[in-house]
Design a protein around this ligand. Structure first.
Ligand code: NAD
Ligand code: LMR
Length: 323
């Protein structure tokens, strides 16, 4: 049997953390042969609830779950961890945009970045889910000087999965027939869901849907889906967000068969400002994330990619004291 790996989940008593912990422990993230030690992190007022999560995890008798550690001490919680799902933070409520969370949530991620830097495995892989996810991930990354920036990512997989689902419904296809979707930029209204290179069952997606549907229905639907769910549920997406986090980490660790969308630190690909946490189409291989290269882009794509880049530049400017 493989040695156990350590997975930290922050905000593990919250809605997404609660949904994610059981799937990680069941082997959905790292495979059915990978034993896991869960290191669950919460703030002190949520430690009683976290104890309940631990009891339920143990009651599942998951064969892969070797231990559960619960703590409010981030240095202990990130100790020797191989994977981090950084979820713990406030969600938005009706009428807010995700960037409105920056002043409250942003300050969580500097200390977390430092604690990961000082305590985690040197090969740790970090996924930031807490909103606004890209800029929070940027803050964490900038506070971890001993780690490589490529070890920090932000979650765009929910947007990516939403785009696949909408397109599958529209074209009456299976989700597995949809390949090469990309969601560029920020996890916000400015994100750019791009089907210009998408293939559905061997055919160009752009030949199967018309441009008016793409621009006036599909794009806004994907961009505004988080708000639509908040309006319907009275709470932000949770199970689908946890599922996207599992997909993101699984593909990063074990490899992706197709393009995936991930926020990564830009190295200047496609002219995007270096150092921004920006989502690109990515292929994961052997634990590495490579930006899909050489894509041709028309004027509309370039304009959309620039718009979401500009928003991320503004967000970065707002929190420059935290970097
Ligand atoms: P929630 O309120 O149900 O749970 C958040 C949990 O985090 C709570 O248990 C809280 O005690 C804990 N927490 C708060 N500050 C913490 C800290 N400093 N350290 C550790 N834990 C802390 O919220 P939720 O629905 O689970 O959402 C969590 C975050 O994920 C929100 O910011 C939300 O907007 C975001 N989100 C992101 C995406 C995405 O696609 N990137 C999708 C959905 C939600
Ligand atoms: C989502 O996209 O569902 C999350 O980011 C939650 C939100 O605030 O929309």
């Amino acid at each position: 049997m493989k040695p156990a790996v350590r997975v930290a989940i922050t905000g593990a008593a919250g809605n997404i953390g609660y949904a994610a912990a059981f799937r990680v422990a069941a082997g959905n993230m790292l495979g059915s042969d990978q034993p896991i030690i869960l290191q669950l992190i919460e703030i002190p007022p949520a430690l009683d609830a976290l104890k309940g999560v631990e009891m339920e995890l143990r009651d599942c008798a998951f064969p892969l779950l070797h231990d559960v550690i619960c703590t409010a001490d981030i240095n202990q919680g990130f100790g020797d961890v191989d994977y981090v799902l950084s979820i713990g933070s406030r969600p938005r409520s009706k009428g807010m945009e995700r960037a409105d969370l920056l002043s409250e949530n942003g300050k969580i991620f500097g200390p977390q970045g430092k604690a990961i830097n000082d305590n985690a495995s040197k090969n740790v892989k970090v996924l930031v889910v807490g909103n606004p996810a890209n800029t929070n991930a940027l803050i964490a990354c900038n506070n971890a000087p001993d780690l490589d920036p490529s070890q920090f990512t932000s979650m765009m997989r929910l947007d990516h999965n939403r785009a696949i689902s909408q397109l599958a419904t529209k074209t009456n296809s299976a989700v597995t027939e949809i390949k090469q979707i990309a969601v560029w930029g920020n996890h916000s209204l400015s994100q750019f869901p791009d089907i210009s290179h998408c293939i559905i069952n061997g055919k160009d997606a752009t030949s199967l849907v018309n441009e008016a549907w793409y621009k006036n229905e599909f794009m806004p639907k994907v961009q505004k889906r988080g708000g639509e769910i908040i309006n319907a549920r009275g709470a932000s997406s949770a199970a689908s967000a946890a599922s996207a986090a599992i997909d993101h980490m699984r593909d990063w660790a074990l490899g992706s068969n197709d393009w995936v969308s991930m926020g990564i630190i830009s190295k200047g690909d496609y002219g995007i400002a270096e150092g921004l946490m920006y989502s690109f189409p990515i292929i994961c291989n052997n634990g590495n994330c490579e930006v899909v290269q050489g894509l041709t882009q028309n004027e509309f794509c370039i304009e959309m990619m620039k718009k979401t880049e500009n928003e991320l530049l503004e967000e970065r400017d707002t929190i420059k004291n935290l970097l």
